[in-house]
Design a protein around this ligand. Structure first.
Ligand code: FE2
Length: 328
């Protein structure tokens, strides 16, 4: 395995590149898959240090190559229950990435931060690179925490103290015209209202049925700031939530993003727009944008790294794999 230098990489913790970029000597996918299989601990260490790793020019071509790479890491799979985006499952471990319209930007988020058990790791695979735009910018969210503490300490304090709730109206069936158009039937993998209610109860959410079978859901109070206890160094506080994504992106015929995030303060106070603006400014300042190349495999530590998607034109096929493995 060799390290590649990319002009877009940044430096975190004074000395680690973010993200790390690795390549194999041969252009044969089996070499990478074998390396992942026999270096699981090394992969963990590298990911803890660099928080994101791009494997480039390793000969990965197909959905099956991607699937095999995920399996080789030994990380546990998980279902996509409670996520907001429309996705198609391709193999037991592989989904299409968020299928929201290409012209829409997907704002920064930790994957499924609006659910109680988000994935710990996230894999992306570039099957067809976009011709224009369509990058997946990434950033380290503990850096947002550090900078917000200086820029808008009262906002940060209210988040840390109260936590947040997310309010979302779901249609019955998937609505592909919306970035959050996953209907309640597919969100909760159910055919009945009772099934949806049982799943919501399990998530700790509350709900209200609307006249047209639209379902209003309000999550339990979720932390907006989390402590990443696995760094092996000092524990880091991360800006771990879907606030910016919900506030700026949860807009469709049913939802108004600015009303989608409320504080868990007992009064459902809507979250402060200035705080969101300050957060976005920090995000734009610290983000890393690496253009996709066909065959790229990206592994992100979803506990510490946020991702987004830039708008694009032309074909683009990025696949995703979600992992929940609290032990690693
Ligand atoms: Fe995502």
């Amino acid at each position: 395995m060799q390290e590649l230098k990319l002009p877009q990489q940044s430096t975190i913790d004074q000395s680690s590149v973010f993200p790390l970029c690795l390549t194999t000597e041969s252009n044969d996918s089996i070499q990478l898959i074998n390396w992942l299989k026999s270096n699981q601990e090394e992969l963990d260490n590298l990911l803890r240090k660099h928080k994101g790793i791009v494997f480039r020019d390793c000969g990965l071509k197909s959905v099956q190559d991607f699937h095999d790479s995920i399996v080789a890491t030994g990380l546990l799979g998980m279902d996509y229950i409670g996520g907001a985006a429309v996705r198609t499952q391709l193999t037991e471990r592989v989904f299409t990435a968020n299928e929201s319209p290409p012209s829409e930007k997907i704002p920064y988020h930790h994957e499924m931060a609006q659910t109680p058990s988000p994935p710990t790791h996230l894999f992306f695979f570039c099957e067809v690179p976009p011709q224009e735009g369509g990058e997946t910018p990434i950033l380290v969210s503990s850096e947002i925490y550090k900078r917000l503490k200086v820029k808008n300490p009262s906002f940060l304090e209210s988040l840390e103290k109260n936590g947040v709730k997310y309010v979302r109206y779901m249609s019955e069936h998937d609505d592909p015209t919306s970035a959050i158009g996953r209907g309640w039937r597919s969100t909760f993998l159910t055919d009945s209202k009772e099934g949806a209610e049982a799943a919501l109860k399990k998530l700790g959410s509350t709900w209200e049925w609307q006249h047209d079978n639209t379902l209003k859901t309000v999550t339990a109070i979720l932390p907006a700031i989390r402590e990443d206890i696995g760094t092996g160094r000092s524990n880091e506080k991360t800006f771990f939530n879907s606030m910016v994504a919900a506030f700026t992106g949860w807009n469709d015929s049913r939802n108004i993003g600015e009303n989608a995030v409320v504080l868990g303060d007992g009064n459902d106070t809507v979250c402060d727009p200035q705080g969101i603006r300050d957060t976005i400014e920090i995000m734009n300042h610290i983000e890393v944008v690496i253009p996709w190349k066909a065959g790229d495999l990206m592994l992100l530590d979803n506990r510490t790294v946020m991702h987004s998607r830039r708008p694009f034109s032309g074909p683009r096929r990025i696949l995703a794999g979600l992992v929940r493995d609290p032990d690693r």
